[in-house]
Write a protein that binds this ligand. Structure first.
Ligand SMILES: Nc1ncnc2c1ncn2[C@@H]1O[C@H](COP(=O)(O)OP(=O)(O)OP(=O)(O)O)[C@@H](O)[C@H]1O
Ligand SMILES: [Mg+2]
Length: 265
């Protein structure tokens, strides 16, 4: 078995489907059960950093520094208010990275190399979650090259499945070229509104197409979840009892259960 942390990238080139919310709350839930977790914010928007209460002026280190090779992951990781959860924050510098490293032969492998030089012994992380931008760009490719698996949030709306085939094709392309052991961690349905007939239909369609890859846990649309980032807190800390937080806790236990099954297989 591979040493070092389990690396999961949260990716979907569609915008606003719940990537950041899933990364933050899954990471928090994993930390709450005793895992040592790192989020790498790989989105220039920096929503994961903001959502975890890291103000822009406090981002003196960032994922940009990791991709340029200026800092190791260990040096760029800063603790959050959540015990056991650290983050490599992002800054707007990331917007320029694609141009800056476009001609470097290792441009897709920057994050992977940084993570592999940073073993569990050095930092003690057992999980690394990567929050991707809404694009299949070089940043997302870096995350897929570095990861063990891809976690795909899908919003329960009419166009949910559209774009999924392109995402899966990209995963397949990464698997064939730079990262043969990359797997699909799972697909998580987000922002579900059970009063909406269409949402129910979408759940059925996604399950019919993607079968076992779809998690049993469905994340409901929940106003407390959407309020939490403006308080710089994961929903799970902002309002543990709300339906959204409870669903994310359930998702975390499902993720762990599936991982154990994989390891046993
Ligand atoms: N379960 C939920 N219930 C209500 N609102 C939610 C839920 N999940 C996410 N949101 C809200 O929906 C918006 C988009 O979510 P989020 O930022 O997690 O998506 P994203 O895929 O990371 O977006 P982007 O592609 O821009 O990075 C945010 O305002 C977030 O607070
Ligand atoms: Mg996001």
């Amino acid at each position: 078995m591979k040493h070092g942390p389990r690396i999961i990238t949260v990716a979907n080139q569609k915008g606003g489907v719940g990537k950041t919310t899933t990364a933050i709350n899954l990471a928090t839930a994993l930390a709450a059960i005793g895992e040592r977790v790192l989020i790498v914010d790989l989105d220039p928007q920096g929503n994961a950093s903001t959502g975890l209460g890291i103000d822009r002026q406090d981002r003196t280190v960032s994922s940009y520094d990791v991709l340029t090779g200026a800092l190791t992951i260990g040096a760029a990781a800063i603790p959050t208010a959540v015990p056991g959860l650290s983050i490599v924050p992002s800054t707007l510098d990331l917007l320029g990275i694609e141009m800056e490293i476009a001609n470097a032969p290792d441009r897709v492998l920057r994050l992977r190399n940084a993570l592999s030089h940073n073993t569990a012994e050095e930092t003690g992380f057992s999980y690394v979650l990567i929050d991707c931008p809404p694009s299949l760009n070089l940043l997302t490719l870096n995350s897929m090259a570095a990861a063990d698996s891809v976690l795909v949030p899908l919003q329960c709306e009419f166009f949910a499945l559209e774009g999924l085939s392109q995402l899966l094709a990209t995963v397949e392309q990464v698997r064939r070229s730079i990262n043969p052991s990359l797997t699909i961690q799972g697909i998580v349905l987000t922002m579900f509104d059970r009063r909406n007939n269409l949402a129910n239909q979408v759940v059925e369609d996604v399950r019919a197409h993607m079968g076992e890859k779809v998690y049993d846990t469905i994340i409901p649309r929940n106003v407390r979840v959407s309020e939490a980032p403006s308080h710089g807190k994961p929903a799970i800390l902002y309002d543990l009892a709300c339906a959204g937080s409870q669903a994310y806790l359930q998702l975390a236990s499902e993720v762990i259960r599936r991982e154990r099954r994989l390891q046993a297989a």
